[in-house]
Design a protein around this ligand. Structure first.
Ligand SMILES: Cc1cc2nc3c(=O)[nH]c(=O)nc-3n(C[C@H](O)[C@H](O)[C@H](O)COP(=O)(O)OP(=O)(O)OC[C@H]3O[C@@H](n4cnc5c(N)ncnc54)[C@H](O)[C@@H]3O)c2cc1C
Length: 612
């Protein structure tokens, strides 16, 4: 990576300090440093990513878990999920979770962002920023939506070459009513169909937000292995201003670093609220428990925690060489796969073994369910709050056996082979929280996802599993190759009723690693909104948050592309720039105008909204 970034910074004063060098944080810092008059410091709790091969070799993703490169957070027990605790890994290194994720680029629909109802964050605008981030490399076999992709961004993205089982599953999906629209997860305009998901890898290596640091100059400084404890605030009441951060270095010593212009917190949905709380910004009662002086009572900090739940449904096939198991689990196969990646940048470890994808609406399937029929709903929405142009669920398949560490019953890759179809729940009703374990910045937060606490979540996810099973066991492409469930002693392939799937969901639903919402943006009259629509912490000058914690609602997709968009947009907000869009939704412009005349805010000369 060509760079003259300062990785051993000694200065104590910078224009901008970005707390957390993860997905959104790295993007934001790199964009701010494009102006060489800005001095920018990124503080990252974990190591430099170049030291960690498993953040570069895509197939090494799970090897980061339970190591120093993982935050190693486990949830509180969720009563709705039979009291299970779930390991909710996050990347702890430069690049953050972009260096450990499943590489999928599934943007959601424009409606998802319109639903945020925040000036400057319409579907058109957020899709515009996702496009800005992207440098798409097409492949001959792929029928790309060329208009929807970006080609001069800093994040290399390409399609994934399928193995046979994935094409068979795509055939089954179509057979079961999900028409093929190859690039629908980039277009975001189809809530019911199947296609391919582009990936954050290129030429055999994972691409991450750390790629944004390429060609950056010495005005960008990166301090790794350093924890941000808190932000120091100066002034009283209306004039509270963020001026410095307290850091803890690797040797345990602490230091104060000053910011002349702004401090931006990008610690991710689990850690950003904890930095705010340690700084005295959060629910007063929560801060008092830990002896923290409350500067502003912000009850929404750490609340509104959301995630997408997924259920892996594995099947066994005896048909050889249609999955990737033989390339991974046969004796000596893994060694050869590693050699192939290291020397040729090819083979099963150079990409992520997810294969076929689909979105689905479940209106027809759920219409006679009493819970669904009788649930309250907003006009034009289903009980989950989704409009007809938004999917209720996603399906995605694995091209071999594997997943988080609870999936440890490996086939031998010779006589036995396995693959899965995963069902993912969108727009979950259940909400959780992030709170402090103590005021010690080295303590992980208490994460309570409260999974499946709402019966509607169980209903939709169990119907999704039923549909998934029909795709695999009845669909034309796969019905004749399925031997049964995997592991062999399970019988889920025989389930026919939705109710059969309820215990399976409660026992197996796990994280898709998409936490968000814990420092949400919102209007001034929402007491739970932590940020305004320019990501400024309410009541504090010079302090913003930029990562997936800002999302008022999750998108109907995966969360890395919105995280890139949030980093890009945050940089533009700070620099007072607007993205030029072919079409900017006029309602959104009206919202901008409306907020400009409330008296609380005004539009400055270059068009950005600034607080009085
Ligand atoms: C295993 C896994 C698989 C996933 N798969 C996909 C996928 O296929 N597709 C997809 O779209 N999304 C996926 N996601 C989700 C996606 O990667 C995340 O939503 C996104 O990367 C989050 O970006 P962020 O900037 O909010 O947080 P992060 O990228 O997690 O960044 C937060 C950063 O802040 C640092 N930090 C935190 N606290 C402190 C502190 N006190 N001091 C200093 N530094 C701190 C962290 O170490 C980290 O580097 C996955 C995530 C995981 C973990």
């Amino acid at each position: 990576m060509t760079t003259s970034i300062n990785t051993d910074p000694q200065d104590t004063v910078y224009d901008y300090i970005v707390c957390g060098g993860g997905t959104a944080g790295a993007v934001l810092a790199a964009r701010l440093a494009e102006d060489e008059n800005n001095s920018v410091l990124v503080i990252e709790a974990g190591q430099h990513n170049s030291l960690l091969e498993n953040t570069i070799m895509v197939g090494g993703w799970s090897q980061n878990f339970d190591t120093e490169a993982d935050w190693n957070i486990t949830t509180e027990p969720s009563p709705g999920a039979n009291g299970r605790q779930v390991k909710v890994s996050r990347g702890k290194f430069l690049g953050g979770s972009s260096g450990v994720n499943g590489t999928l680029c599934i943007r959601g629909t424009k409606q998802d962002y319109d639903d945020w109802n925040q000036p400057g964050w319409s579907g058109d605008e957020v899709f515009g920023y996702m496009k800005k981030a992207e440098n798409f490399h097409d492949k001959k076999w792929f029928d790309a939506d060329k208009e929807a992709h970006g080609y001069d961004g800093l994040l290399d993205i390409e399609p994934h070459d399928l193995v046979p089982i994935s094409n068979m599953i795509l055939e089954s999906m179509q057979d079961q009513g999900l028409a093929l629209q190859p690039d629908m997860f980039t277009s975001g305009n189809n809530p019911h169909g199947c296609g391919h998901a582009p990936r954050t890898h290129y030429k055999g290596d994972r691409t991450t937000s750390a790629n944004y640091f390429r060609n950056k100059g010495p005005n960008l400084a990166i301090k790794t292995d350093t924890i941000v404890d808190k932000v120091f605030l100066e002034g009283e009441a209306e004039n509270l201003k963020a001026v410095a951060v307290k850091i803890i270095e690797k040797d345990g010593s602490s230091k104060e670093l000053k910011a002349k212009k702004e401090i931006i917190i990008s610690g991710g949905a689990y850690c950003s609220p904890t930095i705010l709380m340690r700084s005295g910004l959060g629910p007063k009662s929560e801060l008092e428990k830990h002896g923290i002086d409350c500067k502003i009572d912000l009850p929404g900090v750490g609340q509104n925690l959301m995630d997408h739940l997924i259920v892996f449904i594995f099947y066994q096939t005896t048909k050889p060489n249609i999955t990737n198991d033989h390339l991974l689990y046969k004796p000596d196969a893994l060694g050869e796969a590693y050699r192939q990646w290291k020397e040729e940048k090819q083979g099963p470890l150079s990409t992520f073994p997810f294969g076929a994808f689909a979105y689905a609406r479940l209106d027809e399937r759920l219409k006679s369910e009493p819970l669904w029929k009788n649930a309250p709903r907003k006009e034009g929405c289903d009980p989950m709050g989704l409009k007809p142009n938004q999917p209720n669920i996603e399906f995605f398949s694995t091209e071999c056996y594997g997943g988080p560490k609870q999936f440890d019953q490996y086939p031998d890759g010779e006589k036995t082979h396995a693959f899965s179809l995963i069902a993912e729940l969108f727009s979950p009703k259940s909400r959780g929280s992030v709170t402090l374990k103590s005021a010690d910045p080295k303590d992980n937060p208490v994460v309570d996802h409260n999974y499946l606490s709402d019966e509607l979540d169980v209903l939709v996810l169990s119907e999704a599993c039923k549909f998934a099973n029909e795709i695999i066991t009845m669909g034309k492409g796969t019905k004749d190759i399925v031997e049964g469930s995997w592991p062999k002693d399970l019988t889920h392939h025989t389930h026919t009723k939705r109710e059969d799937w309820v215990p399976y969901v409660k026992d197996n639903a796990t994280t898709c690693y998409h936490p968000g919402g814990t420092c949400k943006m919102g209007p001034a009259d929402d007491p739970m909104a932590v940020l305004d629509h320019e990501l400024r912490v309410r009541g504090v000058k010079g302090l913003r948050v930029a990562d997936t914690s800002i999302m008022p609602l999750l998108n109907q997709g995966h969360t890395q592309m919105p995280a890139y968009a949030i980093g890009e947009k945050a940089a533009d907000l700070i620099r007072g720039k607007f993205l030029k869009l072919a079409s900017v939704d006029s309602a959104n412009i009206k919202m901008h105008e409306a907020s400009a005349i409330t008296g609380r805010e005004e539009v400055n000369g270059n068009g950005t909204v600034v607080l009085n």
